[in-house]
Design a protein around this ligand. Structure first.
Ligand code: PMP
Length: 361
């Protein structure tokens, strides 16, 4: 089709470049135990679910512009001023806004690596150079590398805490040291913080160069609804809201967001389960000969036993109808990442691991 070819040749260079890369999209298969994308295994609490259904009555109208009520509710729930809050269609929307706001072609951005791989794609879309700074130790920031080393010219620095895909956690004091010493924006992605010992929201009021990101996708069972928040200096938050799409969130997301904020106590058992199950599966995998990184998130990064690599294990588990994640680019060829699901799902995962090990001897 000549017309199609002409049309596609008009794609921007970056769109064509992306086309040549593997999609990196996770597998979805409803017949499998799905432990590859760190969702919460439990449904929304009943009261939150009912708010979603009630919101459909108003869906013939556009949602509220600039998410005012939701931002006010988040501000009240987290004890922060409303002009320090931005709401997003998942925290990924907020990540893309930051890239669009700060990066022109040729600029640099740095991430402590291995980290959340979506960031590499966002940098590429801006024509920016993506600089990966390796963790110096699991709980220690590569401070010199970030301040005076290869990241010194980056427009902002990305850091997830707890980190994905490692599950490791850096004490807040260490993060505050970086924020204090750096004159760049530090983006602290706290997608998994509800499973961790402490969070960085309070630092936002003390440091104008810190932006904290949160999501309801992991700890609040709302991955499919798409709700995320950013917290930062009012000037910064204002600039990000300026470049945001109108009506970026739908009415159901608004309603679920408000309802989750009002019922955060309904998740205590949910989070307790994740922590206990994380501990149980860590021990069980160690007994099987895996080397598991101690995790503060709702997933585990496990180095597979010597012999077969991570890709082989991912395929072998998929044959047993269990989906896990594998990260070939991040120096993690010998690892798989498994999300913490229900007890039943984790039993199925461990049974599959046991049966694979028996087969390979
Ligand atoms: N940040 C991190 C570190 C993540 O792991 C994820 C999800 N994989 C996200 C952000 C994006 O989450 P969402 O867009 O669902 O809020």
């Amino acid at each position: 089709d000549a017309k199609l070819q002409t049309m596609l040749s008009s794609l921007s260079p970056v769109a064509r470049e992306l086309d040549a890369l593997p999609s990196g999209r996770p597998t979805t298969d409803n017949n499998c135990v799905k432990l590859n994308t760190n969702e919460n295994p439990f449904p929304l609490p009943g009261v939150v679910m009912r708010s979603a259904i009630a919101a459909l009555e108003l869906q013939y109208r556009y949602p509220e512009d600039d998410n005012v009520s939701l931002r006010q509710a988040a501000a009240a729930a987290y004890g922060i001023a409303t002009d320090r809050v931005i709401a997003g269609n998942g925290s990924s929307e907020l990540l893309s806004l930051i890239y669009r706001a700060f990066l022109a072609p040729g600029d640099e951005v740095a991430m402590v690596s291995p980290g959340f791989s979506f960031n590499r794609k966002l940098a590429m879309l801006q024509g920016a150079r993506f600089i990966e700074i390796p963790w110096s130790a699991p709980h220690c920031l590569p401070m010199d590398q970030l301040l005076v080393g290869p990241a010194k010219n980056s427009k902002f620095i990305l850091l997830a805490n707890p980190n994905n895909p490692t599950g490791t956690f850096v004490p807040l004091a260490e993060i505050e040291r970086l924020v204090t010493r750096s004159d760049r924006l530090i983006v602290l992605d706290e997608a998994y913080v509800d499973f961790a010992p402490e969070d960085g929201l309070r630092l936002v009021e003390r440091h104008s160069n810190l932006l904290v990101l949160r999501t309801f996708s992991k700890s609040y069972s709302a991955a499919g609804i798409r709700v995320g928040f950013g917290f930062g200096h009012p000037e910064l938050i204002g600039r990000l809201r300026n470049i945001q799409n109108v009506f970026n969130m739908n009415v159901v997301a608004h309603a679920v967001g408000m309802s989750v904020l009002a019922h955060r106590d309904a998740y205590e058992e949910n989070h307790r389960h994740v922590r206990l199950e994380r501990q149980r599966v860590t021990a069980a995998l160690a007994d099987f000969g895996f080397c598991v990184t101690p995790s503060h998130a709702n997933f585990l990064l496990a180095r597979v036993p010597v012999g077969q690599g991570g890709r082989w294990w991912q395929a072998a588990l998929q044959d047993q109808r269990v989906l896990v994640a594998f990260f070939p680019d991040a120096g993690l060829e010998e690892c798989i990442r498994v999300s913490i699901g229900t007890k039943r799902q984790m039993d199925a995962f461990l049974a599959a691991v046991g049966s694979i090990l028996r087969k390979v001897g």
